[in-house]
Design a protein around this ligand. Structure first.
Ligand SMILES: NC(=O)C1=CN([C@@H]2O[C@H](COP(=O)(O)OP(=O)(O)OC[C@H]3O[C@@H](n4cnc5c(N)ncnc54)[C@H](OP(=O)(O)O)[C@@H]3O)[C@@H](O)[C@H]2O)[C@@H](O)CC1
Ligand SMILES: [K+]
Length: 520
């Protein structure tokens, strides 16, 4: 499913109306009705409903919603927050139609604030159709007061398309808006839904189809998409009866140090649990792994340190290499010597990212294969020389900025973003606060390596690892409190989550074939 900014949504709307000849009046009817259908599945006939109606097209949709609710016999108060003169085009026509059908609206201007507060207090359900994707700047009066009233109300708040006041473009200045229990969004989720600063605004997000043609959507390139469980499931590795470990790839993990041996253990185990065929752990000589039981399936390559530099490992025979978890920053990776001409996939995480910083613009030119970087927001800020706040406020832009240097980027956090060097993005929606603990990032790196090794295609591998990692976090919460969950618990859920995905209905793809990487 495609995610859009408000600007992109307007481009899609313009195409639909001006290029493909859809009537704006009919499109608005379709939007208002689709919203109402989704709303009616979530409310009861006994609910007293207050519909807030703004003066733009979002208000037009809200008028249509009020009409359908009244026609179905619901108890509705339609409340206009602006004067009639504000209405234009299709929204104006729908307001006229509303009156032609004998319905009446209340005007906010005719009420004292106290009276509107009483109405809000006596309401069970609020439909928030004051401002949509066309909001500009800080919310003005009298809408601002209504936003505050809605936010104090005990009623269940359903925002139409987007919580009023919240911008739909990442680039827009931060807005103050309605805090909804649920946002029923039209046609496409808006990009700001997935930014940390707006996390408390949308509530649960439902997307409804309003009949925008796919062709109009495809004009937005490079696109931004949600990772769906279906898309992950349909691209999971499959093992047929003639499967053997050679088909599941040979991986190398360069990880661990005296003070962080556990990171190597966690990453490696996660790679194996995610399906890696053969795994070698490259680890500094003398480091003792703390969990011998968990590590008995690896092969080892002990690395010497000479003059502060980590020994290089010949990469022939390895289909992919992950470097960084728990590695420390004292012993330098010899990036150029180690990876020059390597045609497999390289995944760089954690301390590996800190060490790569000085080589960030050159590294993609030194390797022949794809390079995946998996920063959390702090590491992203370090790589791009900006603040963590800048990264968190502009996650799409920053992910694209780093990807444009020639990388596949996995920008971690809630709603992890995967960015392709061509600018396409995928946003994850699985996850849980249970994952907020040291070691879960090391687990993700291992899962990424494990998925890549099984040859399902790099982007599919990244999507699968990121989605399954989040789903493992969710699943740990079924049996224990989020605060008690450890990275090891997350690993234990990998198998059950993959099984659960595979049991979803529909045919699975046929057996995968590992494409051997040729190393020159
Ligand atoms: N996606 C789709 O395919 C379809 C989308 N549709 C719908 O269109 C919506 C977008 O509609 P839109 O472009 O008319 O803008 P919208 O959000 O109603 O805001 C404009 C109004 O807000 C006002 N206003 C602005 N800023 C303000 C502020 N800071 N503080 C206070 N007021 C402010 C502005 O007032 P003005 O500045 O003109 O005085 C004007 O009255 C979209 O979200 C979806 O619901 C469907 O109908 C059809 C299919
Ligand atoms: K709204």
């Amino acid at each position: 499913m495609q995610i859009v900014s408000g600007t992109e949504m307007r481009t899609i709307d313009d195409m639909t109306i001006n290029q493909y000849g859809f009537e704006e009046f009919a499109l608005m009817e379709s939007a208002g009705r689709a919203f109402t259908e989704a709303l009616c599945q979530r409310i009861t006939r006994q609910d007293r409903i207050l519909v807030f109606i703004g003066g733009g097209n979002n208000g037009g949709d809200a008028v249509i919603c009020a009409r359908h609710l009244l026609e179905r016999g619901y108890d509705v108060i339609p409340l206009l927050v602006v004067e009639d003169t504000h209405f234009k085009g299709a929204a104006k026509k729908h307001l006229e139609l509303f009156r032609d059908f004998g319905h009446e609206v209340l005007h906010l201007s005719s009420l004292q604030v106290e009276k509107s507060k009483t109405i809000v207090d006596q309401t069970d359900v609020i439909v928030d159709g004051m401002l949509g994707t066309g909001v500009k700047g800080a919310v003005r009066e009298p809408v601002a007061t209504m936003v505050s009233l809605v936010n104090q109300a005990k009623a269940c708040v359903f925002s139409l398309d987007i919580p009023s006041g919240m911008p739909a473009d990442e680039a827009a200045p931060e807005g103050f808006g309605v805090k909804a229990d649920m946002t029923i969004t039209l046609s496409n989720p808006k990009e700001t839904f997935y930014l940390p600063k707006y996390r408390l605004y949308t509530g649960k997000i439902i997307t409804v189809d309003i009949g925008i043609p796919a062709k109009a959507q495809q004009t937005i390139t490079p696109g931004k998409f949600l990772i769906t469980p279906e898309s992950v499931r349909n691209n999971l590795p499959v093992r047929g009866p003639d499967f053997h470990k050679g088909k599941a790839g040979r991986g190398l993990l360069i990880a661990g140090s005296q003070v962080m041996p556990g990171a190597a253990a966690l990453s490696g185990e996660a790679a194996l649990r995610s399906g890696a065929g053969l795994l070698t752990l490259g680890i500094q000589a003398g480091v003792t792994l703390p969990l011998p039981g968990a590590c008995r399936e690896y092969m080892y390559r002990l690395l010497q340190v000479d003059d502060g530099k980590l020994e290089c490992i010949p990469l022939q025979g390895y289909d992919a290499v992950a470097v960084g978890p728990g590695l420390g920053r004292d012993h330098a990776i010899q990036w150029e010597k180690q990876f020059n001409g390597y045609a497999g996939t390289v995944v760089v995480d954690a301390d590996g990212l800190h060490q790569l910083k000085g080589h960030i613009t050159k590294f993609p030119l030194q390797t022949k294969g794809p390079v995946v970087l998996t920063p959390h927001p702090g590491e992203m800020a370090m790589l791009l020389d900006c603040s963590k706040e800048e990264v968190e406020g502009h996650r799409f832009e920053k992910a694209r900025e780093l990807a444009a240097m020639g990388y596949y980027v996995v920008l971690k956090g809630k709603n992890t973003i995967i960015a392709n060097p061509d600018g396409s993005l995928w946003v994850n929606t699985s996850g849980s606060p249970a994952l907020s603990k040291g070691g879960t990032g090391d687990v993700l790196t291992g899962m990424i390596l494990g998925m890549i090794l099984q040859g399902i295609g790099l982007v599919h591998a990244l999507k699968a690892a990121v989605y399954i990692h989040g789903a493992c976090g969710e699943r740990t919460e079924h049996v224990q409190e989020a605060m008690a969950v450890t990275a090891g618990d997350v690993i234990n859920e990998i198998g059950p989550v993959i099984r659960h995905l595979k049991l979803m209905p529909g045919p699975l793809p046929v057996d995968i074939e590992w494409e051997t990487v040729i190393i020159e």
